[in-house]
Design a protein around this ligand. Structure first.
Ligand SMILES: Nc1ncnc2c1ncn2[C@@H]1O[C@H](COP(=O)(O)OP(=O)(O)OP(=O)(O)O)[C@@H](O)[C@H]1O
Length: 251
């Protein structure tokens, strides 16, 4: 589905990733891990075509993403960020309907099929009752669910989410990731999300992409657990992380 070829990413003189070559298949939920500032958001933005690689290329279904037309990109990749959308008077249903923009006519009129997709997306994130509410009167977690519903309504084979669990409480974190896993499995989607929730990543995801600047390791989760990369990267003077037991240990 997605391929990195000799990819280098960074800003100015600073290289975050270098000589990264890997293939990412569909039908899987992938966690993107890495310490703060290692380039998780940058990588997601680059896949979305919002950051230009320093070198190399990113291919989507064998086509360089920089050559895709905006509408082609919008029908293939949806992106959920943690940016706060708090527009007064914009109802949740309107926000989710925006996800149908790549499929509607230039007036943005929804057809019955679009409405079905919008309702289904709201149902999947458990926000059906919020259809008429406006985003400026909702909690961070509720807004986040609506933004995820917008991405689901966009119905793309690839979904990218930048820290989607950041504003959610523990049960909702698991519930969201289980929903993403189900979508990946049942609808054959390639879903990549950045996270600092190691336990969720290791217990639910099919694969893990781990940034260890300037490298990116991409392995099936069982292989990542035994690789030693996680313990090596997620430790400091105070804590270690036992990947096998998925537990933090205080030194
Ligand atoms: N537009 C930019 N110009 C220059 N440097 C940037 C820019 N955006 C991000 N950076 C830097 O690049 C590095 C990677 O940032 P990025 O946000 O991708 O990391 P991250 O892994 O998502 O971090 P976190 O886990 O803290 O959210 C950081 O050091 C950041 O300061």
């Amino acid at each position: 589905m997605i391929q990195f070829k000799e990819l280098a990413l960074g800003y100015g003189q600073r290289t975050l990733l270098d000589k990264v070559s890997t293939q990412i298949a569909g039908s899987q939920l992938i966690a993107l891990l890495g310490r703060n500032g290692t380039g998780k958001s940058t990588l997601l933005r680059a896949i979305m075509g919002l950051e230009k690689p320093l070198k190399g290329e990113i291919l989507l279904k064998n086509k360089n993403i920089s050559l895709l037309k905006p509408e082609e990109l919008a029908r293939n990749i949806s992106f959920v960020t943690t940016d706060k959308v708090r527009i007064a008077n914009l109802r949740c249903e309107d926000v989710v309907s925006l996800g149908r923009a790549p499929y509607t006519n230039w007036l943005g009129q929804l057809q019955s099929e679009d409405k079905v997709q919008v309702d289904e997306a709201m149902r999947l994130v458990g926000m059906t009752d919020y259809a008429e509410k406006t985003m400026d009167k909702m909690s961070d977690g509720e807004c986040q669910r609506i933004m995820i519903a917008r991405a689901l309504a966009q119905d793309t084979p690839v979904i990218l989410l930048d820290e989607p669990t950041a504003f959610l409480d523990l049960p909702n974190r698991y519930e969201l990731c289980l929903l993403l896993k189900k979508l990946a499995e049942k609808k054959g989607k390639c879903i990549i999300f950045s996270t600092h929730d190691l336990d969720i990543a290791l217990s639910l995801c099919d694969s893990i992409m781990l940034i260890d600047n300037p490298q990116l390791y991409s392995l099936l989760t069982p292989e990542m657990i035994t690789s030693g990369h996680i313990e090596r990267l997620f430790r400091n003077e105070s804590v270690t992380f036992d990947a096998q037991e998925m537990r933090v240990r205080i030194k």
